[in-house]
Design a protein. Structure first.
Length: 346
């Protein structure tokens, strides 16, 4: 995937996650940092030194791949230390670094095993150890947890976060998994079709998405997107469509006064709809279409104009399909996007 007009500064010891759907240019960006792909224009620099023509083995970075790429006939010890032996480090130094990495990664008791004797999580730790012993200036990780089951992915996220804190080294991490990005990143770089859409920390990306794509890419379930129009209402502004009318709070109305009459897209996250409040501004009535238990919570959907609108309730809720319920929309947390450009109006 081509990457277009990428301008990104990554700070020392920062954990940056490149996030986006398959084919958006994440891995290409990572490969250019590593030196595996060459940019057709522009510069890549480390600590102010342009490295476009510097080969991968001299860039002082270590890559961790999705496939682990372990040598099946070598022990864990030999897999971790292989790169150091190729660089002709003294045997004592190799031994010290391998054992230190194994202790940190909790695989010291596995050093005599071979990859086929390991679980997926253990193989992932070996791949991390092989990168760690090089003590690189930066770790580059290309979807390293995608082959693990859901429970193990959650555990490994916590371990990666702890590893980053202990090593105090720059991490650049590629994923299409929003949960990984929100959990791990100091900053998230959201990409689409080779173009950076937004850069920010987890709160900035989630709470203040710059466009419809970013808003819809983060959040489970996805944000509800409802087409409508901004209308003047007395001294204020309201969102209206065929079934929904919401007066906007004064702070938002003041910023949107110049957009009255414009076609817009309302973004409403499921957690910002509450079934427990039945009256007042933002109250609507709906009939439950279906309910989906998701463990600690339930997702409830009602249908409007052929579209399912989701909201989240606690597991103690007793609403069932066919129930008529009153809902309250937290208008302070609404997102509004231009109907033509899809860019945020707030």
């Amino acid at each position: 995937m081509a990457v277009d007009r990428l301008d990104l500064d990554i700070g020392d010891r920062e954990f940056v996650v490149l996030l986006g759907p398959s084919g958006c240019g994440k891995t290409t960006t990572l490969n250019m940092i590593a030196g595996l792909d060459e940019p057709t224009e522009g510069e890549i620099s480390f600590d102010g030194r342009v490295v476009n023509m510097v080969p991968p083995h001299r860039r002082d970075v270590a890559m961790v791949f999705q496939s682990y790429a372990l040598y099946p006939h070598k022990t864990v010890y030999d897999n971790i230390g292989f790169g150091l032996r190729m660089r002709k480090y003294p045997a004592a130094e190799i031994d010290r670094r391998v054992r230190d990495a194994a202790d940190i990664l909790k695989i010291a008791d596995l050093l005599d095993r071979r990859p086929h004797q390991l679980s997926g999580g253990q193989r992932q730790r070996v791949a991390l150890g092989r990168a760690m012993v090089r003590q690189p200036a930066a770790f580059l990780m290309d979807e390293p947890l995608s082959n693990l089951d859901a429970g193990l992915r959650v555990a490994m996220r916590a371990e990666l976060k702890e590893l980053h804190a202990r090593m105090r080294t720059t991490f650049v991490y590629v994923t299409h998994d929003q949960a990984e990005a929100l959990t791990l990143a100091d900053r998230i770089v959201v990409m689409r079709d080779g173009i950076v859409q937004q850069v920010g920390n987890a709160d900035e990306i989630y709470e203040r998405p710059c466009n419809v794509f970013v808003a819809s890419f983060l959040g489970t379930p996805r944000i509800n997107l409802i087409a409508g129009t901004l209308v003047g209402e007395g001294d204020g502004v309201a969102f209206r469509n065929g079934w929904l009318a919401l007066a906007l709070p004064p702070a938002k109305a003041a910023r949107l006064g110049g957009h009255v009459g414009k076609a817009v897209i309302l973004g409403l996250r499921p957690e910002d709809v509450d079934e427990r409040v039945a009256s007042g501004d933002g109250a609507i009535r709906a009939r439950v279409h279906f309910v989906m238990p998701i463990g600690s919570d339930q997702l409830v959907a009602f249908r409007a104009d052929g579209q399912d609108i989701f909201f989240r309730v606690g597991k103690e809720s007793r609403c069932r399909a066919g129930d008529d319920i009153a809902l309250f929309v937290n208008t302070d947390r609404l997102h509004l996007f231009d109907g033509e450009t899809s860019r945020s109006l707030l």
